[in-house]
Design a protein around this ligand. Structure first.
Ligand code: TYD
Ligand code: MG
Length: 454
């Protein structure tokens, strides 16, 4: 007989046959709860035995109005939301402690309030005096925002029911405490229960809710992943420590394109919008140098130029270092393997450091060719021709694959003074785009033509 698996991890959803203190599937502590199976007890009748309410059906062609939206005027934020805030939507904003989540949301709440929404900002981390001081520093003291410092969820829901705001910010979900759940604030069951109560309340009362979630060292929102499923939109606020650029990224959005980014700069007076991120990411670039390559990328709906920097140095270690910031480490290994296997250019005995300047995390495979170019440029100690951008996906065979939105990439490059490009053969271009674009069928011809090796 199959063993009943009545215990479920609330963090990852794994089923277990018995309770234990730690889920061996995801490593979370105190996340396993017992769930009674549906068929428990002989007295339970099947659901079909009694009639339920009629469920309304419609066909696929029924016209739905697009949701009404409120723009707050911070265009980098409005765009990431898909064109503004949708009523009765639930948004989760994740990010490292100290990255600027509270600053962003205080500025956003003030802007939404000025745009006519009734807005409440609830902090479980700071006192009202602290928030007021920050608001004064940011020049927001006159915005019609109501502040609360509270962690008791029951009290917060009672307040929301009385006040009936259009928007509430909960900073942070890890500090909230539901008194009907027997565990400490910040625990998986508390975070899950609080997020569930708040999102359900928001849907019921037509209120938009923004939940702040701290991120663990592993880069996930602390607590259960299930809260990402409960909300309509998941935003991450990213940035490198020591850098002043901040990137707001939509990783999930039921009301707009995912992967859209907004770029901000942390200043003494809060977050300032960066309307031309390419210029910002390239502003610290020196003269063309070996190992530096400009990638013409697409983030969401917007073209963005960024600089990839590589350093390749001999090492006596038998296991050379592979260090990556802003790009996928596994993808780097793949490109090194393709260079070795298809172009006979080995990187054994060489430490490799790869960095995306400015703190942007690039996820597009279209950056493959820029990464390969940076690695080769560093290894051969040859700078790429000036005014050149690079893009293209590399396949395991060493062939170059064309990528989406070639025309947009080239347009942005030209706008910033880059008149030349290296792209895969068969890239779809509009007429007149071909000037200055060198199209390469594979990595071997790229290596031969640009670096005179192969
Ligand atoms: P904060 O919004 O409190 O971060 P989080 O809520 O994500 O933990 O931001 C804290 C950092 O931002 C802090 O190191 C100070 C800096 N900061 C500025 O540089 N300028 C400002 O105007 C403000 C308000 C904060
Ligand atoms: Mg904060």
């Amino acid at each position: 007989m199959a063993r009943a698996e009545n215990f479920t991890c609330t963090a990852c959803g794994a089923a277990h046959s018995k309770w234990s203190g730690r889920c061996d599937a995801c490593g979370e502590w105190n996340s396993i709860v017992e769930e009674k199976p549906l068929s428990a007890g002989p007295a339970r009748k099947s659901l079909g035995a009694r009639r339920g309410a009629l469920v309304e059906l419609s066909d696929l062609s029924t016209e739905e109005q697009p949701p009404p939206r409120t723009a707050c005027g911070i265009s980098e934020l409005d765009r990431v939301l898909g064109g503004g805030l949708v009523p009765a939507s639930a948004i989760l904003l994740g990010g490292d402690p100290g990255i600027g989540k509270s600053t962003l949301l205080l500025q956003a709440t003030a802007s939404f309030a000025r745009a006519g929404l009734k807005a409440v900002y609830v902090s479980g981390e700071e006192s009202r005096a602290q928030i007021r001081m920050r608001a004064q520093r940011l020049g927001l003291a006159d915005a019609p925002v109501s502040l609360a410092a509270e962690t008791n969820l029951r009290n917060i829901l009672t307040m929301l029911e009385a006040e009936k705001p259009d928007l509430v910010v909960i900073d942070s979900i890890q500090t909230m405490w539901a008194d009907n759940v027997e565990s400490a604030p910040g625990s998986v069951s508390q975070v899950r229960a609080a997020a569930h109560e708040l999102t359900a309340f928001a849907k019921r009362h037509g209120l938009s809710v923004v939940l702040v979630g701290h991120v663990t060292k592993e880069g996930q929102i602390a607590g259960p992943r299930v809260i990402e499923h409960m909300v309509d939109t998941v935003l991450y606020f990213e940035g490198e420590r020591g850098h002043h650029f901040r990137i707001l990224r939509a990783v999930k959005n039921r009301f707009g394109p995912a992967d859209e980014i907004g770029v901000f700069e942390m200043t003494g007076k809060g977050l300032a919008e960066v309307l031309n991120p390419s210029a910002l990411f390239l502003s610290e670039r020196d003269e063309p140098a070996p190992g530096s390559v400009v990638f013409a990328g697409i983030e969401g709906t917007r073209p963005v130029l960024v600089e990839f920097q590589a350093l390749v140095a001999p090492t006596p270690q038998s296991q050379p270092r592979r260090s990556v910031v802003g790009w996928d480490g596994a993808r780097l290994s793949m490109i090194l393997a393709v260079l070795e296997a298809r172009c006979a250019i080995p990187f054994s005995g060489l430490d490799v450091y790869l960095n995306v300047a400015g703190g942007l995390k690039v996820r597009e495979p279209a950056a493959d060719l820029a990464v390969a170019a940076a690695l080769l440029s560093a290894r051969e100690d040859v700078a790429l021709p000036a005014d050149t951008v690079v893009f293209g996906e590399i396949s395991l065979s060493g062939a170059l694959r064309s990528v989406a939105q070639t025309a947009n990439r080239l347009k942005e490059a030209r706008k910033l003074g880059f008149s030349k490009a290296i792209a895969p053969a068969n890239s779809k271009m509009s007429s007149g785009d071909g000037n200055g674009v060198r199209q390469m069928p594979d990595l071997t011809s790229f290596v031969g033509e640009i670096f005179g090796a192969g």
